[in-house]
Design a protein around this ligand. Structure first.
Ligand SMILES: [Zn+2]
Length: 139
């Protein structure tokens, strides 16, 4: 009979400390560039929308506006405002994500500190909250 020697590997225990999750800098750089590009596009779109807004047109003569034009302008303005609001939100969020990139914390949820699903980041690269925390916030 052979006795088997059991090798006991001395494993260093990872004590309590939660290892900080982080996306390697190698990946952060392209993400940063991407977000910066997105930010530029958003800011350009915002400008375009502002120019599209009929209420921005200072040459518009109020007295001569027929009811039809008026309605069209109202509609145009409402549409432009809605789009602008959406773009504004995205700009703010993208800037936030860029700050996270600078801190080396991109992809980590701001609230719970867990990694954000890469699937989510593919769809919303500007996300700074995981799906769970985002849902909580929107409640
Ligand atoms: Zn979270």
């Amino acid at each position: 009979m052979r006795k088997r020697k059991k090798k006991i590997k001395k494993q260093k225990k990872q004590r309590g400390k939660v290892k900080a999750v982080q996306i390697p800098a190698k990946l952060l750089t392209p993400v940063g560039h991407f977000l910066q590009g997105q930010l530029k596009k958003l800011e350009k779109r915002k400008k375009d929308i502002e120019e599209e807004d009929p209420f921005k047109d200072t040459s518009r003569v109020l007295d001569n506006a027929s009811p039809d034009t008026d309605a069209a302008e109202q509609f145009g303005h409402a549409r432009a405002s809605a789009i602008k609001e959406e773009i504004d939100r995205k700009i703010i969020q993208t800037k936030k994500a860029l700050t996270r990139v600078k801190l080396g914390k991109y992809g980590v949820c701001e609230d719970c500190g867990k990694m954000i699903d890469t699937d989510r980041l593919m769809v919303y690269p500007e996300a700074t909250l995981c799906a769970k925390c985002q849902a909580k916030k929107e409640k």
